[in-house]
Structures are given as structure tokens and as C-alpha cells.
Ligand binder design. Structure first.
Ligand code: COA
Length: 274
């Protein structure tokens, strides 16, 4: 366990968990947390073999979003300080979205503004049924920024996105699941197990394949079919080369022996090269 001022990081083989750790402030993200976040992302990348990263909050909140006092109110009169403070945050938001490992938000309680943003930027998300989400920005006079409108537009249907952006009303974990912001909601006491179940599936896959699957998805969702096909074919050759053709030499050889049914389960990676 790595303990920083505002975050804890646990790395357990291919799984890492980042705990936002300002429970007294509902895990509001202050400038120190933004700096700490770069440090834990560096540590996860340096570990080299992490393929799934869970982001969650200590206490009764996922995150109450940006620390309104430390990030906005206090530095506002000094433009360069304001710019620099928030750039650290904006940089890790972009970094999280493009992170090579699969990212999973485990949303336990309040998720406002930046909390919705982080949930939306993660590749997958699980929430407790009683989680409370909200785009509260309109309630203090701005619109969701720093990627929060982007994350809302990319995760909620248009009418729902605009409704919550414009009213600042809250929505529950169950509604978040209905909108598609989270994959699944469960009673709070089942949140850990439900998240672990997904992570256990992920870490059995080839990590390079997971990374390239994310890249192909992100690229191809905004491109025309001919370009998408060219891109995925190029990435398939990249994958083959980077993994020593594991899909042919291990996965499909096991299928040839009828060792598993790919429609229902995954091949065994023990003994695989990468
Ligand atoms: N920025 C700074 N401080 C925050 C914060 C934020 N985003 N969210 C919570 N806090 C602080 C509270 O001000 C309070 O501080 P204090 O103990 O010094 O008074 C402490 O965290 C606990 O919060 P409190 O409001 O007492 O808890 P609650 O359970 O009654 O309410 C919330 C929780 C999340 C509903 C409420 O704190 C809130 O509305 N927070 C702001 C949410 C928001 O708009 N976020 C910005 C998104 S960009």
C-alpha cells in the first residue's frame, strides 16, 4: 500500500486500486489530490503489469468533485496560480481517459461534478444502488467543465444529459445504470464483490489485448467503416507481433484441442509468452 497525503494506492499483481482519501471532505479533489493522482498513475505504469485499475473513495463518498474552495475560490484572483492549479487536474483527467490499463470506477456514495467526470472517464463503472450522482455546477453558476460535459455527453442520452446539466438535480445509482453511466448497480454491501468479479475477468485476459481493444474501440467509434477496418487490421498485426502471436499459438491451439469454448470462457494464459 502506498499512502500519499490524499490518496492510497494498493497494487496486487495485475490489479491496482486507487482510494480517494479525504473522507472528511467527501473526497473533494483538492490541488494536492490532483498532484497525488499523477504520482499514483506513474506508480501503476512503473509497476508494468497492472491491467485493471479500480478507482474508489474512502468513507461515504466516491467524490464530491473539485474542491470548490482550494481549486476555484482561493486561487481565482491569481490567474497564473488558478491556471497552473487546474492544469494539473485537467492533465490527469486526460491521462485517465487514455490510461493503458482498464479503469473501473467503484462508486460508493456521493459523486458530484468531478465525481461524475471520473466515473464517465473510466472504461467501466459499478455503483451502489444508493449512490448519488449530480452535475451540481449549475447550482454554483457555471456549466460542467474540465471534461465533465464531455463525459456526460458520452455516457448519458442527450435529453438526460441536458436535464441534469441544466437542473443540477441528482440521480441515483439505479438511474445511472439505466442511462449507461455505470455498467451495474448493486446494494452497497455487494459493491466490492461485484467489482472484484469484473476485475477477475479482466486480469485473466492478455493485458496487451486489453490495451489495444480499448484503443481500437476509442478510435473506431468516431471513424467511418473503411478507416475503422484499416485501423483494426493494423492493430491486429501490432497485437500479434507484441504478444508473440498468442491468439494463434496459444488461444486457437487450445481451441483446436477443444480445451475450451471461446463463446463461453477464455483460454488459459498459463505458459503463454507475454
Ligand atoms: N469542495 C470543497 N469542500 C467540500 C466539497 C467540495 N466539492 N464537498 C464537500 N465539501 C466539504 C463540506 O463543505 C464540509 O466541509 P466542513 O466540514 O469544513 O464544513 C465537508 O466536506 C463535509 O460535507 P457536508 O456538506 O457537511 O456533508 P453532507 O453529507 O451534508 O453533504 C454533499 C455532502 C456532497 C451533498 C455536500 O457536501 C455538497 O453539496 N458538496 C458540494 C458538491 C459539489 O457541488 N461539488 C462540486 C462539483 S465540481
Amino acid at each position: 500500500m502506498i499512502t500519499l497525503e490524499t490518496l492510497n494506492l494498493e497494487i496486487d499483481g495485475p490489479k491496482a486500486t486507487i482510494y480517494l482519501n479525504r473522507p472528511d471532505k467527501k473526497n473533494a479533489m483538492n490541488p494536492q489530490m490532483h498532484r497525488d493522482m499523477h504520482e499514483v498513475l506513474d506508480a501503476i505504469e512503473a509497476a508494468g503489469d497492472v491491467s485493471a485499475v479500480v478507482v474508489t473513495g474512502n468513507g461515504d463518498s466516491f467524490s464530491a468533485g473539485m474542491d470548490l474552495e482550494e481549486c476555484f475560490l482561493q486561487p481565482f484572483d491569481n490567474p497564473m496560480e488558478f491556471y497552473r492549479t487546474n492544469l494539473v487536474a485537467l492533465d490527469w483527467f486526460k491521462r485517465l481517459k487514455a490510461f493503458p490499463a482498464v479503469t473501473v470506477a467503484k462508486v460508493n456514495g456521493f459523486a458530484f461534478g468531478g465525481g461524475v467526470l471520473v466515473t464517465g472517464l473510466c472504461d467501466l463503472a459499478v455503483a451502489s444502488e444508493d449512490a448519488t450522482f449530480g452535475l451540481s455546477e449549475i447550482n454554483f453558476g457555471i456549466f460542467p467543465a474540465g471534461g465533465a460535459t464531455w463525459a456526460t455527453a458520452h455516457n448519458l442520452p442527450r435529453k438526460q444529459a441536458l436535464y441534469y446539466i441544466l437542473t443540477g438535480d441528482t440521480f441515483t445509482g439505479a438511474q445511472a445504470e439505466q442511462f449507461g453511466l455505470v455498467n451495474k448497480t448493486v446494494p452497497a454491501d455487494q459493491l466490492d464483490e461485484a467489482t472484484d468479479r469484473i476485475v477477475r475477468k479482466l486480469v485473466r485476459k492478455n493485458p496487451t489485448t486489453l490495451r489495444l481493444a480499448k484503443e481500437v474501440y476509442e478510435h473506431n467509434r468516431t471513424t467511418a467503416l473503411p478507416e475503422a477496418i484499416d485501423y483494426d487490421q493494423a492493430k491486429l498485426w501490432e497485437l500479434s507481433r507484441l504478444t508473440g502471436n498468442e491468439w494463434i499459438n496459444v488461444a486457437l491451439k487450445q481451441f483446436e484441442k477443444r480445451a475450451y469454448q471461446p463463446g463461453l470462457s477464455t483460454y488459459s494464459r498459463s505458459g503463454a509468452a507475454s
